[in-house]
Write a protein that binds this ligand. Structure first.
Ligand SMILES: Nc1nc2c(ncn2[C@@H]2O[C@H](COP(=O)(O)OP(=O)(O)OP(=O)(O)O)[C@@H](O)[C@H]2O)c(=O)[nH]1
Ligand SMILES: [Mg+2]
Length: 419
């Protein structure tokens, strides 16, 4: 069930419903029919108009459907009223996405993040009359925590949420330490719409074996690997979770640990499925989600993927003129990967800056950090005659090249040492 509001076009709602159908397919449901309603005002009690509810009920009994999926998020009251009126299980878009995340979570981190997102979603839907949740047992709609939490109340959920948050904070700290230790490499993250081919590209570039599948949200946790580019330079490449329209906010927040990888990288590779007809919208959704995550102003290379599938020639020509620096690849067939690596290497060098610093040679920590984080171009010691007692102080002048991100860390250290 989709709704066309005055600000929507019928086409965009249709695209969104196509995607809901893909989501349903990924979750293991078979779609028998779809319905849309043009609405200038959302009905507070049932979201859609009363006449439409009756039509929907007829459709449900005609197909003997087990489930109605709503493309928009419903309030607890709307959910309850509709379930009652339709006498059928109801899941909204966020609920469905959470469900897929729950069944795809493999790693401990992903599982923790999904559980947190589910409970946040659940808590926002708890009302005094929340018995309808018991109907969502089995099949689509809350596997895992949803089911086990049914008998608990808000307070218990609250406690569990803080436990999970603490657990994730601990993981964040560990990951931060790990990331610190591998700072010398430039960091590149693959971002993009779900199913664009990020994991396939990761596997092609870094020789990894990340699970990739024609499914939405195949990847839920970050994988990072050192990879060597054509010019011999080594970078850290990370693959991470994909984005989608109307991604539940709680989910984004819960996935902070996984998305930190992108947040802290030097360069983003924005992977786009060039065969999609709603390409512009997918790009927009990714850019918007990145902004929501506070990931702004990162040097980004656009990578249009799946060119082996012969995307529409007109669209391709448009993309080439609109995104001059973009590369066109097939991650699956290994087409265009050399060009991709060349463009990436060039971007990295562009992001690197020359810097010269002079400070007392006794600052050994700063010296070794500079060596860790940059390519040292020149290093000179000089000895200045000290004052009265004739002691001399050694000064070091280092010239080095590093990424802007590493430079800011070094400058903080340098400024501190000057005090
Ligand atoms: N024809 C073709 N298919 C591709 C290409 N790259 C990826 N695919 C297919 O597209 C589907 C999705 O690929 P993934 O690498 O899992 O995509 P992803 O962006 O990691 O997706 P999520 O992790 O689910 O967000 C898989 O079936 C891939 O085989 C390509 O260059 N050409
Ligand atoms: Mg993936």
């Amino acid at each position: 069930m989709g709704v066309i509001r005055p600000e929507d076009t019928a086409e965009s709602v249709n695209d969104s419903l196509d995607e809901l159908e893909l989501l349903a397919d990924t979750a293991g449901a078979e779609v028998t029919d779809r319905m849309v309603q043009r609405l200038s005002r959302i009905q507070s009690s049932t979201y859609i108009g009363k006449g439409k509810v009756d039509e929907l009920k007829d459709l449900v009994s005609e197909h003997k459907s087990d489930l109605v999926l709503f493309d928009d998020d419903l309030s607890p009251v709307q959910l309850r009223n509709l379930e009652k009126a339709l006498d059928c299980k109801l899941v909204d878009r966020s609920g469905l996405i959470l469900d897929i995340f729950a069944s795809h979570a493999r790693t401990a981190v992903a599982k923790t993040q999904v559980e947190l997102a589910q409970l946040t979603y659940l808590r926002s839907r708890l009302t005094r009359q929340w018995t309808h949740l018991s109907r969502q047992k089995g099949g689509i709609g809350f596997k895992g925590p949803g089911e086990t939490q049914i008998e608990t109340d808000r307070r218990l959920i609250g406690t569990r949420i803080s436990t999970l948050k603490q657990k994730l904070e601990k993981i964040d700290l560990q990951r931060q330490t790990q990331r610190k230790n591998r700072h010398t490499f430039d960091r590149v993250s693959l971002v993009g719409y779900t199913n664009a081919g990020k994991s396939t590209l990761m596997n092609a570039m870094a020789g990894t074996d990340v699970f990739s599948e024609d499914q939405l949200f195949a990847t839920l946790d970050a994988t990072t690997r050192v990879t060597r580019l054509g010019d011999g330079r080594q970078v850290l490449l990370s693959d991470t979770v994909g984005f989608i329209r109307k991604l539940p906010h709680g989910l984004i927040e819960s996935f902070k640990s996984t998305l930190d990888e992108a947040r802290e990288s030097d360069i983003l590779l924005h992977v786009v499925d060039a065969t999609r007809k709603d390409i512009a919208e997918q790009i927009e959704v990714v850019e918007e989600t990145l902004r929501d995550l506070g990931i702004k102003n990162k040097p980004t290379l656009m990578v249009f993927n799946k060119i082996d599938m012969r995307p529409d020639a007109e669209r391709l020509a448009y993309l080439k003129s609109e995104y001059e620096d973009a590369v066109f690849v097939s991650a699956l067939r290994g087409i265009g990967l050399t060009e991709l690596e060349e463009s990436l290497a060039e971007m990295i060098s562009r992001d690197h800056v020359d810097q010269e610093l002079t400070f007392p040679a006794s600052q050994t920590k700063l010296i070794s950090r500079i060596h860790d984080l940059s390519t040292v171009l020149d290093e000179q010691y000089s000895y200045e005659k000290g004052s009265a007692n004739g002691s001399s102080q050694a000064t070091i002048t280092i010239r080095f090249k590093t990424s802007s991100r590493n430079l800011s860390e070094l400058m903080i250290m340098y400024d501190r040492s000057q005090k």
